[in-house]
Design a binder for this molecule. Sequence first.
Ligand code: ADP
Ligand code: ASP
Ligand code: MG
Length: 467
Amino acid sequence: MPIVMKFGGTSVQDTEAFIRVSSIVEIEKENSPVVVTSAMAKVTDALIHAFEIARKGNSEEAFRVLEEHFQRHQKVSQDLLDRNQQEKFEQELDFARQELKDLLARVARRSLPLSMLKDAIVSYGEQLSSRLLTEVLTAKGLNAFHIDARRLIVTDDEFGAANPIWEETRDLIRLELLPLLDAGKIPVLGGFIAANRSGETTTLGRGGSDYSAALVGAAIEAKEIQIWTDVTGVLTCDPRICPEARTLKTLSYEEAAELAYFGAKVLHPKTIQPAVDLQIPVRVCNSHKPQEPGTMILPSSQSTPRKVKSIAYKKGITVLRITSARMLGAFGFMSAIFQIFERYRTVIDVVATSEVSVSLTLDNISALDGIVKELERIGKVEVEHGNAVVCVVGSGLRETAGVAAQIFKAIADFNISLISHGASSVNLTFVVKEEFVADVVKRLHDEFFAFKEETAQTSNKYASDNV
Ligand code: ADP
Ligand code: ASP
Ligand code: MG
């Protein structure tokens, strides 16, 4: 049974990173690996930046900002490839330069829909990194074979956040990859990029290479999907907020999905679903410390004595409150509201209701004006920007007396709203003002994970714990 190894942007950011990746792949070479790579770190951001500059009309300046990134690819090629390979890769690079120049000029001229051009532009990050990685693995003596992910993953036309069409995608992946694996080859493909049925390039949303890896893993029924990144596994909290955060040994699919959805960037929110359907373990590991086991995400995992396993948060959240006394006791209120969001293709994250009002949170407010106008026909609408959702995750949270009290006691001096507890058995979610979110998360992390001295000395109650 094959495995899928996905390397994130920082895992392929420079020559040293490519060397590390090729050693990690070499160790797994007998396990039929399929390699999925992100763009080199910062390249997708640069491509988006270039697109934005071109949109304002200056396509030459837009093209110029990309040059340093072309050179980063070239440097890796010069450091690690033999002459023939360097020439081959430089041809690819020149081709990419020309194509990007042309695409950026089209953006300035608006000669095609911008969302379509944007995906074509940002796809070059993964197109180049995957070709470069194929050559680097070949130089290491591995039987690597580049394959264009746009031939494998078929999506709808939702440029920027396209949705794969599963049956077609699965069949194509199997058709293309299984014969390569049978022939002892190591397929290498870019994550994040795909194509719609007309063959136009689409992308799966920021961080979407994880999702590509999961789709490939599910299609070929992989033994394991490995997500190689710059931290050792899924941690008890975002290490940028809590540097002392610790690695979780295991997580259930359900726990991982909640964490990813509510902001733990280490996994793309859609990654888990393809793995769930086929019960494929997902391992998150650190390409800087490959000897460490990282985190295993499995169909189920045990709850821990402290119940809370990890804390995630998502900023930039807008809260909407809809109040309508006319709706007291009337049915159809909720349905009328939700239909509006459906029409505007806007996802609601957290909902809290009372008899006459509904409060809900939105992440994407691109259709807010239209939504508010329609909601105003139902009742009074208040819009409040600048919020954050905090999500405390751990199986058994719902069933365990006292955990909710412990959570809210720890942050009693903060104003919290929109509490959702019990909808899922593994999470407790609430909203705070954005400016307090770091303090709230730190406080909770201290409450549940600080290794207090008295704990170390007087009890080993966490001895069987997960972290
Ligand atoms: P990659 O480029 O490898 O896909 P990402 O930047 O997308 O990496 O995700 C890894 C980052 O996710 C980490 O560097 C860390 O800052 C952030 N992160 C946020 N929450 C968590 C968490 N709970 N556990 C691990 N990492 C987290
Ligand atoms: N390169 C893309 C991004 O930066 C996809 C990914 O890295 O997963 O969002
Ligand atoms: Mg990522």
